[in-house]
Design a protein around this ligand. Structure first.
Ligand code: P6P
Length: 341
């Protein structure tokens, strides 16, 4: 019998380590929950493939780029790509039998899939397109997702059980639409990255158990907001300006900036301002999922005064200040905010 070379064996095994197989391996078995979550992650991957395909052809098609003319619950002008991606997530989960509710940045209230509720009882919280200001300029974008298990019976249809701390997240992650399309996720057993192989139509395992460096040279913040920040945040930025070894990187898409920091180390900040102390970023489907990933990789995520994963939201679209990244860099920012220096 012809034996494949060890290299060929490894290459074949890697190509066969798809996302759904990897999720099952995370649970070391084939329990109902493991199979549900594996199937659920497969639907997230399908959503990512559909969004990536649409983005790759956006410049060639009518009606993909630009604004819809609507304003969403956040008070932000809605891009056509926001609507498309939001609808993609709904479509891939409608017939899945897995998810009862979908809560999105783009929808005032959660979307219920009644026929799934007694069965799936999972909820997907997501930001369908993160960084949509980059849509029309062919720059990197992301989708962010978190999986929670419905608690109680949600009789009033207000999904109040979602207003709980980030440790209730079963899984979380993001899809990065860059030169390649990557999916990064955690189920509480480390952080793992996958790269979409368009020739296979599969996300293939790229790196397991990713660890964020304890410190890094990158600081990522929109310094155009300098005039709006509280003095302690201004003092931190003045500190990095006068300290050798820091580099500023800010893309306008948090998923892209935070993925860089996951790989190279550093810190991303979107602080509150004097006028809006709660900041811009949403807790339940932006900051908490990313906090889960970064903390699973050995980093930190804080509001500046408390851990993101400990915050109890009062409403679905609650905003929060966010300081996230390598633990030493985050601690440095906290030292300015908490000690006023
Ligand atoms: P600003 C995109 O809308 C987003 O939520 C993040 O992805 C991004 O980092 C931030 O807002 C950009 O906001 O105010 O710097 O343009």
């Amino acid at each position: 019998m012809v034996q494949a070379s060890e290299h060929e064996d490894k290459a074949l095994d890697r190509d066969c380590t798809t996302l759904s197989r990897h999720v099952l391996q995370q649970f070391q078995g084939f329990s109902a929950q493991a199979q549900d979550l594996s199937a659920l992650m497969n639907r997230v991957a399908l959503a990512g493939k559909l969004v990536a395909r649409h983005l790759s052809r956006a410049g060639l098609m009518e009606g993909v780029l630009g604004f819809t003319g609507e304003v969403n619950v956040q008070g932000e002008s809605v891009k056509k790509m926001d609507v498309y991606a939001n609808d993609v997530f709904i479509s891939v989960f409608k017939q899945s039998g897995l998810v009862c509710r979908l809560a999105s940045e783009e929808m005032d209230e959660p979307y219920y899939i009644p026929e799934n509720c007694p069965i799936g009882r999972y909820t997907l919280l997501y930001d369908p397109i993160d960084g949509s200001s980059n849509t029309d300029t062919n720059l990197s974008l992301g989708s962010i997702f978190a999986i929670r298990q419905q608690e109680g019976d949600d009789i009033d249809g207000k999904a109040k059980d979602l207003l709980s701390t980030g440790d209730k997240q079963i899984g979380a992650g993001y899809i990065l639409y860059g030169p390649s399309t990557m999916l990064v996720y955690t189920m509480g057993k480390g952080v793992h990255s996958f790269t979409l192989d368009p020739s296979l139509g599969e996300f293939i395992l790229t790196e397991e158990n990713i660890k964020i460096p304890d410190s890094g040279s990158v600081y990522s913040v929109n310094e155009g907001n300098f005039w709006q920040w509280e003095e302690s945040v201004r003092e931190y930025v003045r500190y990095v300006h006068r300290t050798e070894g820091y580099s500023a990187r800010y893309s306008g898409a948090m998923v892209s900036d935070i993925h860089r920091i996951l790989v190279q180390g550093g810190v991303f900040l979107y602080p509150g301002t004097v006028q809006k102390p709660e900041g811009k970023l949403r807790l339940l489907y932006e900051s908490a999922p990313l906090a889960y990933v970064i903390e699973q990789a050995g980093g930190r995520a804080t509001t500046g005064r408390m851990n993101i994963l400990d915050v109890v939201p009062q409403k679905l679209h609650q905003r929060t200040p966010l300081i996230i990244g390598s633990k030493e860099n985050v601690a440095k920012v906290e030292s300015f905010i908490q000690n006023g220096h």
